[in-house]
Ligand binder design. Structure first.
Ligand code: MN
Length: 321
């Protein structure tokens, strides 16, 4: 028994064992001591969801399903390549836990979120944020100071006007962040919902948004849709799980047909990370309470976040080596 471990802390040795931090990364519980390339932050907030609540459990469930990636790396047989091995083994990815939530005070909670993102950026660490609903992208983006392009993968433009004082909702986020002076461009990709209004779409376009629809993505190929973005500039990315096709995401309240297939989103993220300097990203809108028994939507979320982080890190390593 001498060389066997009796207890494993956050490490675990099976998909169902260990304390669920993202990809079993170490917990950093004092942001002032943060010393890592990447930090995961959960935002268990769904008070901005006007329809069915439950995405407050998204971050926890995505973390849990990230434990299923064992072996200390993400391996892609399609190009026989391992991602994140060095990141994981050197603890350059850490998990900061969740934003402290003040229930029924979205304004207070979102102020905390902006403050945390500012502190993470001040430590020269890339924030990776797990929602929560899509409200969170506006408070995140406003915490950045340098000019950035914003790329939103989504079925909806989330561009409604603020009415009845409802600032922090998942449908107003992109109208609000589009007004921020450091947002150089807004690129809304995969938009297809017939619940978006013509007037909101017109507003987005007249404010300069580049909307890329599914027919355009399929005509060009999802790796060839970034030609309008100035190569190498800073870019923040947000991925709404409903960018994926309805059939792939049973645990998503806002799912729509004719969305991204897995390989299409994979190629879009890979090519975007090559072209732009990604400075952070968020992943939102999984509702584990609606999911099927295997929680495939959370698993798809964990896979998407880990894969995109792998592409971002791969590019950073090539640049510094
Ligand atoms: Mn959205």
């Amino acid at each position: 028994m001498t060389d066997e471990r009796l207890i494993s802390g956050s490490d675990g040795n099976r998909g169902y064992s260990g304390i669920p931090t993202f990809l079993r990364s170490k917990i950093c519980d004092n942001i002032e001591n943060l010393n890592a390339d990447y930090a995961v932050i959960g935002v268990p907030y769904d008070e901005g969801s006007p329809f069915v609540g439950g995405s407050r459990f998204c971050a926890r469930s995505v973390r849990e399903h990230s434990l299923r990636f064992g072996g200390g790396a993400i391996y892609d047989i399609e190009n026989d390549k391992e991602y994140l091995r060095e990141v994981i083994s050197t603890n350059s990815l850490v998990d900061l836990g969740d934003i402290d939530i003040t229930p029924s005070r979205g304004d207070v909670t979102m102020e905390k979120l902006s403050t945390v993102i500012k502190k993470v950026l001040a430590r020269n660490t890339m924030p990776i944020i797990l929602g929560g609903d899509h409200t969170i992208t506006y408070p995140i983006v406003r915490a950045f100071q340098d000019p950035i392009h914003v790329v939103q993968f989504d079925a909806h433009i989330d561009y409604t006007k603020v009415t009845e004082g409802m600032t922090y909702t998942n449908s107003t986020s992109f109208r609000l962040l589009h007004k921020l002076s450091h947002v150089r461009s807004l690129n809304q990709v995969g938009i297809r919902s017939m619940r978006d209004s013509k007037s909101d779409v017109n507003d987005a376009i007249s404010n300069g948004s580049r909307i890329i629809t599914m027919p355009e993505i399929r005509e060009k190929g999802s790796e060839n849709i970034w030609g309008h973005l100035p190569s190498g500039e800073d870019c923040y990315v947000t991925i709404d799980i409903d960018a994926y096709d309805m059939a792939l995401v049973p645990g998503c309240v806002s799912a729509e047909p004719n969305g991204f297939q897995f390989n299409e989103l994979k190629n879009a993220l890979k090519s975007l990370s090559k072209r732009m300097n990604i400075v952070g990203f968020d992943f939102v809108e999984v509702n584990p309470k609606l999911d099927v028994g295997t929680n495939v939507t959370s698993y798809l979320g964990a896979l998407t976040v880990a894969m995109f982080l792998g592409y971002i890190d791969d590019k950073r390593r090539k640049r510094t080596s």
